[in-house]
Write a new protein. Sequence first.
Length: 335
Amino acid sequence: MKKIYIITGANGHLGRAVIRLLLGTDAEVRGLILPGDTKQLFENVCYTKGDVRDRESLRPLFLNTDGAETYVIHAAGIVDISWELSAHVYDVNVSGTKNVLSLCAEYKIKRLIYVSSVHAIPEKNSLCVLQEVSRFSPREVRGGYARTKAEASQAVLNSVKKGMDAVIVHPSGMLGPDAVSGSYLMQLVEDYMSGLLPACVNGGYDFVDVRDVAAGCLLALEKGRTGECYILSNRHYEIREILHIIRDLTGGRRLPVLPAWAARAACPVIRQWARMKNRRPLYTKYSLYTLKSNDRFSHDKATSCLGYTPRDIRSTLKDTVLWIQEQNVSVPPGS
């Protein structure tokens, strides 16, 4: 039977990694991109220009799927490191997910993979290992972005109760090559390589290769149990470890390491620095909170049930640095 894969956020970091894996199959691949997004699109992918906030703009993705096994990987979303919740982020992450769920039900798709986030999982004290949960609540997580992913994740679980075949995956902080649209973590690497990162901060998080998350999504599509959640994480790395690896690969200067309290106090100065350099500020109240939060995420369930295996972050950073250097002639080797 013919297989059709629909990828929302098709030109995002994860969406592109998923598509690269699917292009090696004989299935039809359809991707949702924003109007005006034409950067480095793949051949042999049928793209639809639309917005998850506009339900009808998504309909062309689902047309002519009768008689085929149709799978949806909903990867579209906005990662936001502000503490507050903006209406735009809510509309994309929550209302957009509900629009996708509605069309999946209408067109009776075979299975949906919803790309949530580890931020949707309630925090516990620093001694606890964080594992998958069976319900989500915006009231139990911190920060606007986390609340949207929690609410959207619960909407997916609610759809399962109504007969939807859906599985949720929770990636941690993703790094890796081929980030055409950019991300905050990729900006961290690029800014350091370009000499635009003024300082390192004391703290870290669980960082994972985007290609491993993409593989995990397809494993969940194949082997995941309906209504189950799977954490696609790696392990904790300090920010200074990440920058040290990059320095080993490319050269570069050693940055001062700010303690958390000093970084919080310096947020207005860092924000002004970023504005002067025409960059997004990487150190915000929420991002600094996150770098000190409990990130002891266990991917044991994904490993045992799906066969998910993340790689060491050094190989991730090596490939990432090479990709950035190929894309940006202003960041030559050894800069």
